[in-house]
Write a protein that binds this ligand. Structure first.
Ligand code: PMP
Length: 288
């Protein structure tokens, strides 16, 4: 496997960062997860824009331009003969001293990994997923904006681990006011009386690229959308519920906190969203 590492494609074994990298020492850095479908990178511009915004928010200078980065992403996929897969773009603060200061880190490390993807099993889409709300709260947006896709994922990892200990694959995370923020690695949508509801990013949600794609599909399908603070109650009584994410795409939820959603089967409109999403990933995208 070839890894793009600071400007060149190197063997996996040679792609190494220092133990003094602040990405490792403090989770100081940003990343993106992008999908490759049939030789086309889905929403590349949007992912690169979010990466730039994340970097700007933590005062990390992008080591190369957006155009160069787009080319590097495509070159990494080509070097690995990949047509379908998952691309991980990581920019760490780089090597520095043992203090927290960003000023000791002179050069960020840029890493691009293009690999095959372990998809969710088909039954998640056919039968739907059961989820729960976990006790670990989403970090307050005033402490770390959820819109920054940073290397600090411990909060989400703890929430996911709580879900796994109870036998679930995903979980709802609440913010410190008790409103729904998002799931541990996905955004959440509820359909109630024909209106699609999703938490705003101010409630602790990442501005998901798949979330945006679903908002576009909702406009196409003429489904009204409201970005509102949502409570657990809103998920218990809704007609349909689903998750969105780059890896997950659109996953129907059939149970939350032991309450069945709708008739306990994937929702009709949810499946329609999934169908349209699967269509647009084939129609749109940057060719390698
Ligand atoms: N929320 C979190 C915390 C995430 O890590 C992700 C990405 N896996 C998402 C939401 C979904 O975002 P996207 O659609 O851009 O993958």
């Amino acid at each position: 496997m070839k890894i793009f590492f600071n400007g060149s494609l190197v063997d996996r074994a040679d792609a190494k960062v220092s133990v003094f990298d602040h990405g490792l020492l403090y989770g100081d850095g940003v990343f993106e997860g992008i999908r490759l479908y049939d030789g086309c990178v889905f929403k590349l511009e949007e992912h690169l824009e979010r990466l730039e915004y994340s970097a700007k928010a933590i005062m990390l200078k992008m080591p190369i331009s957006r155009k160069e980065l787009a080319e590097a992403v495509c070159a990494t996929c080509r070097a690995n003969n990949l047509k379908n897969g998952y691309i991980r773009l990581v920019i760490t603060r780089g090597e520095g001293s043992l203090g927290l200061s960003i000023h000791s880190c002179k050069q960020p490390n840029l890493i691009i990994i293009a690999d095959t993807i372990q998809l969710y099993p088909a039954e998640f889409y056919e039968q739907g997923l059961k989820i729960i709300t976990v006790p670990t709260r989403r970090i307050n947006p005033a402490a770390l904006p959820p819109t920054v896709k940073s290397l600090n994922y411990l909060n989400n990892i703890l929430a996911k681990t709580e879900a796994q200990h109870l036998g679930y694959h995903e979980a709802i995370m609440l913010n410190d006011q008790g409103y729904i923020a998002e799931c541990t690695g996905d955004n959440i949508f509820a359909l109630h009386k024909g209106v699609l509801l999703t938490p705003p990013s101010s409630a602790g949600a990442l501005k998901g690229i798949t979330r945006d794609a679903v908002l576009e599909i909702a406009a196409e399908l003429k489904v009204p959308v409201r970005e509102v603070n949502m409570t657990r109650y809103d998920t218990w009584i809704c007609d349909e519920l689903f998750l969105t994410g780059t890896a997950a795409e659109v996953v129907p939820i059939v149970e939350v906190d032991a309450r069945p959603i709708g008739n306990g089967k994937p929702g009709e409109l949810t499946l329609r969203f999934l169908e349209v999403f699967k269509r647009i990933v084939r129609e749109q995208g940057t060719m390698l």
